[in-house]
Design a protein around this ligand. Structure first.
Ligand SMILES: NC(=O)c1ccc[n+]([C@@H]2O[C@H](COP(=O)([O-])OP(=O)(O)OC[C@H]3O[C@@H](n4cnc5c(N)ncnc54)[C@H](OP(=O)(O)O)[C@@H]3O)[C@@H](O)[C@H]2O)c1
Length: 333
């Protein structure tokens, strides 16, 4: 099969289009023909070697975490899926490889494709929608009437998180540049702060929750937005000791995480707020919940650009440039 392969870590290193063997199918896995693959910053960051400590991959590596496609074969222990089913998933860490014609996916991480969505739309959703779900629903238990500040509302995560938070009945503030204010308002944001001309920490107060996806300075300033007892959840680091524990990281990696996050944890504690890092996980059950919201239209995909399979490197470069409005998808079929 054809796939885009990473041979060595490196900044802007091109993936090589190659003929590679079909993935081996484990007993609890499903072989899927990939019709469309969503592109995430995680793909670019792995390519650069930024995730070496957390996700120590061996080369050569087929990148790609999101996909929608059709089941072609199931392992002997799989009961929920059969050949011909239309499915979508964020595939599991260490089983990634959706920038390819076929991928083997753990059945527990798959969900039926939302019928109302095209393959391209479905492939755009899993990683960012699961991130929003795991931050707002699973970790924070966001409730109707609460106030949440979701940074970068026009990005992949932001466009879904705003819609999910509104669906849960929260008041939503976000940051965006002036050109994207109309987009985030359309998605449901109540307050849009132009991050190029305004300081969000001067405008936003007494929030219950902040979803941080930006740099360290933004993370620190986010503390000022929260009321005592509020929560700061960061998806852009630094990883905390609880995360090291959860992924059963080796002792020295746990120590690195403890040190990297000691400053923000101390400052959060001083202000009486909770800091935690989230690294989203594949989860078929949660994806089925998300499917319901996609089917009712409570959440709609926002897609910036679709690239043909041959332009996988261009798609990755587009995402890496950091200006995408919503999602970028590679179409194979
Ligand atoms: N830990 C996890 O599980 C997890 C999961 C998903 C993503 N992430 C991380 O979360 C971050 C966001 O991911 P993403 O996929 O949403 O990114 P993305 O789609 O690439 O974000 C691009 C968007 O960010 C906006 N933006 C750029 N700088 C901004 C700023 N300073 N303030 C507000 N908006 C800004 C841009 O809008 P303008 O053009 O208007 O600037 C653009 O629309 C990344 O670091 C990613 O790696 C982590």
């Amino acid at each position: 099969m054809k796939a885009f392969v990473l041979d060595r870590y490196g900044k802007q290193r091109a993936l090589r289009k190659a003929d590679v063997p079909m993935p081996t199918l484990r007993d609890d896995e499903v072989l899927v023909q990939v019709h469309a693959a969503g592109v995430n910053l995680l793909d670019a960051k792995i390519r650069q070697g930024e995730f070496k400590l957390i996700l120590p991959y061996r080369m050569p590596l087929v990148l790609g975490h999101d996909m929608a496609g059709v089941v072609v074969k199931v392992g002997p222990r799989v009961r929920q899926f059969e050949p011909g089913d239309e499915v979508y998933a964020r595939v599991d860490d260490f089983r990634i490889g959706t920038f390819a014609e076929f991928v083997a996916v753990k059945a527990a991480s798959l969900a039926p494709k939302p019928p109302r969505l095209t393959m391209v739309e479905a492939a755009a959703m899993p990683l960012v929608a699961l991130t929003a779900w795991q931050a707002l629903v699973e970790k924070a238990g966001l409730k109707s009437g609460q106030k949440v500040f979701i940074q970068a509302g026009s990005g992949g995560v932001g466009t879904v998180a705003i819609q999910l938070a509104k669906h849960l009945g929260a008041t939503v503030a976000t940051t965006t540049s002036s050109g994207n204010v109309a987009l985030v308002k359309r998605l449901g944001a109540d307050i849009a702060v132009d991050y190029k001309t305004q300081d969000f920490a001067e405008v936003l107060q007494d929030f219950d929750l902040v979803l941080n996806s930006q740099d360290g300075q933004t993370l620190d300033k986010s503390l000022r937005v929260l009321k005592p007892g509020g929560r700061l959840i960061s998806i852009s680091g630094p990883p905390d000791p609880a995360f090291g524990q959860a992924i059963k990281a080796p002792g020295f990696v746990k120590l690195v995480m403890r040190l990297l996050s000691s400053g923000i944890r101390r400052r959060a504690q001083r202000r009486g707020v909770d800091y935690s890092f989230l690294f989203m996980q594949a989860h078929g059950g949660q994806l089925r919940e998300i499917t319901r919201l996609l089917d009712t239209g409570a959440i709609r995909p926002v897609i910036d650009r679709v690239f043909p399979f041959d332009s996988t490197n261009e798609a990755l470069a587009f995402v890496e440039a950091g200006r995408a409005k919503g999602k970028v998808v590679i179409q194979l079929v």
